[in-house]
Ligand binder design. Structure first.
Ligand SMILES: [Zn+2]
Length: 647
């Protein structure tokens, strides 16, 4: 059956421009960027560059012709479109007679002082749903633009609003880890700027954004420099009887004596200070600083806030002792949750209706035994990951428990750092988990961070962004579409490649706990092995060759240059896995050498250097190609990284 579509007018007909793009007389930055985005894609699709004017520049003849009005134009108002009636972040795609209107809520959210992205979403929605554009990854190769010389505008009347109040994925290109990585992989600053622009555009087009303001991060990172001298009592008591943090770790990782009432007073005073600067601010963070195995207060009062019967115990480090000795101790959830609750009570007196934001994180992410959650506490659950199935199942159970306790719960995973750039696919588990979280009350997300390993993990990123836009979307349809639009005739083989990778990733997740224990023993490590110690266990020559066979078949079938280039892009990612696994194997062989056999260690070091050379040149070549992000891959060291276990 053929669908009958009423065509109202043409944007482009047989490659010739047939309409004009118009933005408000005094356009916002968003309207300008959205209009340029629109023009760029139309030109890619059809070869035609549509003219762009502000409303003030329109002639009567322009007004009589076909117009695409982007942003809050008078034309939209005259057509009866009132975006202020839309929900926050809402957008409209509407055509009528010879007009197409693309606009949305763009007001500044007082709490964040940031603009809502409604107009961006209107443009992306039109490009994606009505013109068939897809953004598989940032940059030109990842942008799929079907070639169409004629672009009709049918009758459309659509409004939308992203389902989750916040769909945040942080961009790793702007974080500290990337800057540190530039020491190992020199990166042209202009190229980095280009990449930041392309990746921000990708995030925006995929619907990442927010209509709420959540502050829940590590809250005491500057306390030591601010109060260390004057208020030593604010800080954690160590096992050696001192509250001094100097020389024990980074100042930003200092821990607080949270049972000290003076700490609550100081925190409230600081919150009031912040409120003076922005009275619309909604929440204030209260999470303990990072480094969740070290430095927590051992004073009697703080300890009395813990639950000795808590089933979850962890190995903590005593940083004050010689050689960092360890001790077992219970989960800190009841302690920190009691702290959040106390702050919330005090905050209700100081500023009614405002929220305390706190993580359920690391050694305090297990469920509390005693504490409930104050209704004015927002909990950010830091968990989930796809390289350790035991851990994932535990985290899912924790999430379910937290969802019963907290009125406001959001997901703040670190899972995108998993796998350290090696090829992995976990889209089905991701879809299952996001749906479970969404169905049990998740109102927001904050993913740390988009690591830009696009050839090796890009399918996960794409599916994630799609699911954040609609957590109930069908993951198989998303994957099918990714393969079909990106790879055409090679789609089935590419899909087979991803399926094989997903099997491998599942196996890694199942075997992780066992392999981790075995290697920790075998290498006599004091700490548990890291992911990169284990990678060669799974990324073997045979496994990688079997994956390559799939891509060979895909490349033979790919019909056009763009599809072939995309298969080669995936292949470049697989090459990374091969080089990395070889270098890591040589490095592990070095770690296994008997400590007293100097000449054997020298020979092993030489082999590590040899195997690292091709990897280094690969990193240089791919510093800015989107294949993987070498700046974020953990570098391997030529030194034995850990001291031998104490006998
Ligand atoms: Zn204490």
């Amino acid at each position: 059956m053929r669908e009958i579509v009423l065509i109202l007018f043409f944007l482009v007909e047989n490659g010739a421009p047939k309409s004009l793009v118009v933005i408000p007389e005094d356009p916002s930055e968003q309207a300008r960027v959205a209009a340029n985005d629109f023009l760029w894609h139309i030109e890619k699709l059809s070869g035609a560059r549509l003219p762009l004017k502000t409303e003030a520049e329109l002639t009567q003849a322009d007004r009589n012709g076909a117009l695409v009005a982007i942003g809050a134009t008078r034309l939209a108002k005259e057509a009866g479109i009132d975006v202020s009636k839309l929900p926050p972040e809402g957008y409209v795609v509407r055509s009528a007679a010879n007009r197409l209107f693309l606009l949305g809520r763009q007001d500044v959210l007082p709490a964040t002082k940031k603009e809502l992205r409604g107009t961006y979403y209107a443009v992306s929605s039109f490009l994606e749903r009505d013109l068939g554009v897809r953004w598989l990854w940032p940059g030109e190769l990842g942008t799929v633009v079907p070639e169409r010389k004629t672009l009709p505008v049918p009758a459309i009347d659509r409004t939308g609003q992203p389902k989750l109040a916040q769909r945040k994925i942080r961009n790793a290109l702007t974080n500290r880890k990337f800057i540190e990585g530039m020491k190992y992989v020199p990166t042209d600053p202009a190229q980095r700027q280009r990449m930041i622009g392309e990746s921000d555009a990708w995030l925006r087009r995929m619907g990442v954004g927010t209509r709420v303001q959540i502050h829940a991060g590590h809250a005491f990172t500057r306390w030591y420099e601010r109060y260390g001298e004057e208020h030593p009592d604010y800080f954690a008591l160590h096992l050696n009887g001192s509250r001094e943090w100097k020389n024990l770790g980074k100042p930003k990782n200092v821990k607080i004596c949270v049972s000290n009432p003076a700490v609550v007073e100081q925190w409230i005073a600081n919150a009031k200070e912040l409120l003076k600067r922005n009275p619309s601010r909604q929440s204030f963070s209260a999470s303990a600083n990072d480094g969740y195995y070290t430095g927590h207060c051992t004073c009697d009062r703080c300890r009395s806030w813990d639950e000795p019967g808590a089933p979850d115990t962890y190995t903590f480090y005593d940083v004050t002792a010689q050689g960092r000795t360890t001790y077992r101790y219970v989960s800190l959830t009841d302690r920190y949750l009691r702290f959040y609750n106390r702050l919330a009570e005090a905050l209700q007196k100081a500023a009614p209706g405002k929220f305390v934001g706190g993580y359920a994180y690391g050694t305090w992410r297990a469920l509390p035994l005693r504490e409930k959650v104050h209704p004015n506490v927002i909990v950010g659950f830091v968990g989930l990951g796809y390289f350790d199935e035991e851990r994932r199942e535990k985290d899912l159970a924790y999430w379910d428990g937290w969802s019963q306790l907290a009125e406001r719960l959001y997901l703040r995973p670190n899972l995108l750092h998993g796998g350290n750039g090696l090829p992995a696919v976990y889209v089905h588990k991701l879809a299952h988990d996001l749906r479970r979280c969404f169905d049990s009350g998740m109102f927001a997300t904050d993913f740390d961070s988009l690591a830009h390993h696009w050839a090796t993990q890009g399918l996960n990123y794409y599916v994630l962004a799609k699911l954040l836009a609609d957590p109930r979307a069908d993951v198989d349809r998303i994957v099918d579409e990714y393969c079909r639009v990106g790879f055409g005739a090679a789609a089935d083989h590419v899909k087979g490649y991803f399926a094989q990778l997903e099997k491998l990733t599942d196996r890694i997740a199942r075997e992780f706990p066992e392999v981790s224990k075995r290697l920790t023993r075998e290498l006599e490590l004091k700490k548990r092995v890291r992911w990169y110690h284990m990678a060669p266990t799974w990324y073997t020559t045979e496994t990688l060759e079997a994956l390559e066979v799939k891509l060979d078949a895909a490349e033979r079938l790919a019909e056009d240059e763009a599809a072939r280039a995309r298969v080669r892009f995936l292949r470049d990612g697989l090459l990374f896995a091969k080089l990395r696994a070889e270098a890591l194997s040589a490095w592990l062989a070095m770690l296994r050498m008997p400590r007293d056999d100097r000449s054997a260690i020298r020979a092993a070091r030489k082999s590590v250097i040899e195997k690292s050379e091709p990897l280094k040149s690969y990193y240089r070549h791919h510093a800015t190609t989107w294949v993987i992000c070498p700046q974020l891959v953990r570098m391997i060291s030529l030194e034995r990284p850990v001291r031998p276990r104490k006998k």
